[in-house]
Every structure is written in structure tokens, then in C-alpha cells.
Design a protein around this ligand. Sequence first.
Ligand code: NAD
Length: 423
Amino acid sequence: MVIKIAARESANELLSATMRQIEFAAEKIGLESGVLKILSKPKRTLTVSIPVRMDDDTTEVFEGYRVQHNLSLGPAKGGIRFHPSVNMEEVIALAMLMTYKCAVVNIPYGGAKGGVICNPKDLSLRELERLTRRFTSEISIIIGPEKDIPAPDVYTNPQIMAWIMDTFSMQHGFSIPAVVTGKPIEIGGSEGRNEATGLGVVYSIEEAASKLQLDLSGATTVIQGFGNVGSVAAAALSELGCKIIAVSDSKGCIYNEKGLNLAALKAHKEQTGSVINYPDTNIITNDDLLALKCDILVMAALENQITGENASKVNARLVAEGANGPTTYEGDQVLNQKGITVIPDILANAGGVVVSYFEWVQGIQHFFWTETEVKKQLRRRMNTSFSHVYETSSSYGVSMRTAAYMLALNRVSTAMNIRGLYP
Ligand code: NAD
């Protein structure tokens, strides 16, 4: 119960921060109030009950959601999250973020998100498969390669995408790989999808560093969250010469001012399940980690981490938001006042959806690219998007976050206006 209330508060915080940022950007571009009214609500929400036969032959009923926020630019795109704290407010906020993320990197998708309230760690593999297949069946009325294309998110993975793809295909009688992205390569996944978000974060850091005249060689770097996004970003930054001085995961934070060996740290995490107890490091608190003096702070864990309370202590030149919504509205104001450059989530972590888009295109064409080609196209799109956001931010004298929302809102609202309001 306490977890549920906290999760709902956190989701409300994310939704309200997103709405406030959108309203601010809307004002800057003089967005018509009717368009803003439409965009402040999701187009379609679906709540489903998911009965599952458990291994002990009892039946459990889980609750799941799929939300499509706005489809003006194309089919809906967004991940599916399996987590005990999933709730409708959170799914709506994340679907909204997807609309603007797709628009900011100029890919032809609308925003969506889905989730099931469950703890996959408490389920056997077979229970997880039955849950996934029944959830897919329940939401199959609104998903499809031309309608809505799910992808992995927190606690969902390529295997779960494979079950979604198989269930949807079985219902239609033929294989439909383009119904999901983030699939295993053997059944139509894309090269480079696993590293895409972390690499996209790094490509955007490289662009920002050149604008800030920040030399990446020796740049001190702190990473909050050493999972998929954080560990890939850390390794790529380290290859560029950055000195990773602190990292954290859900078990704690470690620090060594001389820098960490990323390959050895990754091996340690794989062996022990956490970054903590890595040799020659000090354990510090999360508050200490966020306050470390550094050139680059990569946020790659959870939402609502930099807040009105702790933002004044952030001592970085550049903050890159690998996670979705890691900074609250108040936290963002403080970072802006302090003159800290923030690469906002809808730009910094868009690499994942960009390569998902590449996977979908490859699947529809039945023609697959090399990893080199995927990375080249990812870098091109991230760099172009970064330049557009940066130029907008400079010419309007606004933060990169506001600029990203201005660009995205412009693209979405232009499509809405050209299409017109039905009927
Ligand atoms: P992940 O589960 O692989 O990693 C998350 C990491 O954060 C884990 O190491 C976990 O231990 C750590 N963590 C959890 N709680 C923490 C805490 N309180 N303090 C410090 N660390 C903590 O997930 P991921 O795929 O790397 O996603 C990270 C973030 O990036 C999420 O916000 C996700 O929504 C966002 N994101 C991911 C992708 C993607 O393609 N994976 C795309 C866009 C956005």
C-alpha cells in the first residue's frame, strides 16, 4: 500500500513536470490553446485484466495498461514496463514523453507506453511467458505494425518481445515481426539495439562538449545507474578518454577520484550483482554522488532524482539525462539558474527509439543492416537533432529542454493542423 502511494506520487510528479514543461514551451511558440488541450490528454487508454494460471495451479489476475498519447505523426511507439509500481498516471506521463521524444528526433511515430503491475522477480519463467502472452492477447486490439509497436522497458527484455511477437503472429496466422522492436536478432531484431540508448547519450554528450569547449579527454564523469544505459554510456565515455570517478546502482554508490576501470567494474557487477565492494573504492551516499564536483553527470537510473531540494548541490558542468524524467520541474529551474547545461531526456535518451525505428524499417523491408550502418545512422540522427535543439535554445535564449519541447510541439502541432480536427 505504501509502495503504491509513493509510486502514484512519483508518477503524478512526472506527469505534472512534463505538463508544466510542455505548457511553458507551448507559450514560447504561441501554440493554439485548443491544440494544447488535445495534447494534455492521451488519445486512447486501455486497462486490461490478465488472468494467469500459476505453476501451483491457482489463478492470479494482474492488471495491465496500454496508452496511446498522440498519433498525428504516425503509429504509436513505446515500451512495456513490468513492475509492481506501474500505474495509469505513470503510463500516461511516459506515453506523452514518447510523443515528444519521437518528434524531437524526427521519426514518424506517435507516443505510447504500456505496463503490467507485477514483480517479474517473483514469477517463474513459464508464469512470465503466460502473463506476457495473455497481456499481448488483451492489447492486440490496438497494437500492430501499422498501429502501435511496443518495445522493452523496465524489467522487460528481448525474450518478452519474442513472446509478444509470437502471440500476435499466432493470432493472425503468419509471422509479423514488425509488431515489436527490441526482439532477439535471430527473429528480426536489429544489430546495435542493446547499446543504442547509451551510445545516443554519448553522441549527444560529444556534441554538447564541443559547444561548451569541454575536452572529453580526462573529463571527470559520474554515472547514476549502472544498468543497460549507464554501463554502455560509461564504457563509451571511457573510450573517449573520460575519467569515470563514481557510479551507482540500486545497492549503493562507489567513488575513486583516480577513476574506475570500466571493463573490470562490469565484470565485478556481473559476478556479484552490484557495483559495490569493487576494490579500491569508497562507498558514498546517493546525495554525495549527485554533489560530486565533475564535468559530466549522467543520470541513468530513475525518475525524480534531481529535485528542488538537492539541485543546488549539483556540481557538474553538463548533465545528460539517460533516464526518463530524472529531474523534477523545480530541480530543472535550479540547474538552469546555476548555468548547468542539461541535455534533456527526450533528446539524450532517444537513441533507443531511433534504433527501434531502424529495426521496424528493416523488418518491414526484410532487409537488415550491419552494426556499422546502424551506428552511423544513429549518430547522424542524434547529431542533427542535437544541432536543431541547440540552435533553437540559442536563438530563443531558453534551456535545451524548453527548446526540445518547442521543436517537438511544433512538429506535432503542425501535423495536427495539416490533418485537421476530425470530423
Ligand atoms: P536497467 O534496469 O538496465 O538499469 C537501471 C540501473 O539503475 C540499474 O543498475 C539499477 O540498479 C540502478 N538503480 C535503480 N535504482 C537506483 C537508485 N536508487 N540509485 C542508483 N541506481 C539505481 O535500466 P535501463 O534500461 O538502463 O534504464 C535506465 C533508465 O533509462 C530508465 O529511466 C529508463 O526508462 C531509461 N531509458 C532506457 C532506455 C533503454 O533503451 N534501455 C531508453 C530510454 C530511456
